[in-house]
Design a protein around this ligand. Structure first.
Ligand SMILES: Cc1cc2nc3c(=O)[nH]c(=O)nc-3n(C[C@H](O)[C@H](O)[C@H](O)COP(=O)(O)O)c2cc1C
Length: 184
C-alpha cells in the first residue's frame, strides 16, 4: 500500500514538509510512502494546455502518476491570506481532468502560527477536494494551530499531543483503504 504525502507549501524547508515527514515516520509497518513537494514546478493551469489533443508538461505528468499510484493521500496546506497557496490550487486544477482523486482516501491537514492553524485554508482545500471527488477521512483531517510552538529547531515534532494525532491520522488513513477482493 502506498500513501502519497502531498505538500501544499511552495517553500523549501517548510513546516508543512516537516509535519508530513513526521506523519510518514509513524505510518504503520509495511506502508510505502512517497512525497510530492514540487508545486512550483508546475506550469500555470489553463484548459488550453489540458486539451485531449495536447501533451502535458513532464511535471504535470509526474504529479498525475504519483497520485494515480497512491492508495491514499495525506495533503497538508499552509494558509495564505485565509486561503490555500495559489500554487497548491494550481496543482489541484491540473488534477481535475485526470480524475485520480476520485474515491481516494484523503487526510487533509493545515498548519499555521495562528490559533486556528490555517483552518480557513483547510476549509477551501476541502471544498476543492470535494469537487475532485476525494474520499475525505475525518480522523486524518485537522488543523494544527500554533505550529511554530510544536516543532523544534530541526523541524522535529516536539509536541507529544501532535505526535499522537499524526500517528492516529496515519492509522485511520490506512484503515480507510479498501481491502482488495481476492476473488476478483
Ligand atoms: C503571503 C502569506 C500570507 C499568509 N497568510 C496567513 C493567514 O491568512 N493566516 C495564517 O494563519 N497564516 C498566514 N501566513 C503564515 C503561514 O501560513 C505560515 O507561515 C505557515 O506555517 C507556512 O507554512 P510553511 O512553513 O509550510 O510554508 C501567511 C504567510 C504568507 C507568506
Amino acid at each position: 500500500m502506498t500513501i502519497l504525502a502531498f505538500s501544499g507549501s511552495p517553500r523549501s524547508a517548510s513546516a508543512i514538509g516537516h509535519l508530513l515527514r513526521a506523519a510518514v515516520a509513524v505510518a504503520p509497518a509495511g506502508i510505502n510512502c512517497t512525497f510530492y513537494e514540487d508545486v512550483l514546478a508546475l506550469p500555470l493551469f489553463s484548459p488550453d494546455l489540458d486539451a485531449p489533443s495536447s501533451s502535458v508538461a513532464p511535471a504535470v505528468a509526474a504529479l498525475r502518476e504519483q497520485l494515480r499510484a497512491a492508495d491514499a493521500v495525506l495533503i497538508a496546506t499552509p494558509e495564505y491570506a485565509y486561503g490555500m497557496p495559489g500554487s497548491l490550487k494550481n496543482a489541484l486544477d491540473w488534477l481535475v481532468s485526470a480524475g485520480s482523486f476520485y474515491g481516494k482516501p484523503t487526510g487533509v491537514l493545515s498548519a499555521s502560527p495562528s490559533e486556528v492553524g490555517g483552518d480557513r485554508a483547510r476549509a477551501g482545500l476541502l471544498l476543492t477536494l470535494e469537487a475532485l471527488g476525494a474520499a475525505i477521512v475525518p480522523a486524518a483531517s485537522f488543523p494544527i494551530p500554533l505550529v511554530r510552538t510544536r516543532l523544534g529547531a530541526a523541524g522535529e515534532v516536539t509536541d507529544t499531543g501532535l505526535a499522537t494525532k499524526l500517528t492516529a491520522a496515519m492509522t485511520a488513513l490506512v484503515a480507510a483503504v479498501p481491502v482488495p477482493d481476492l476473488a476478483d
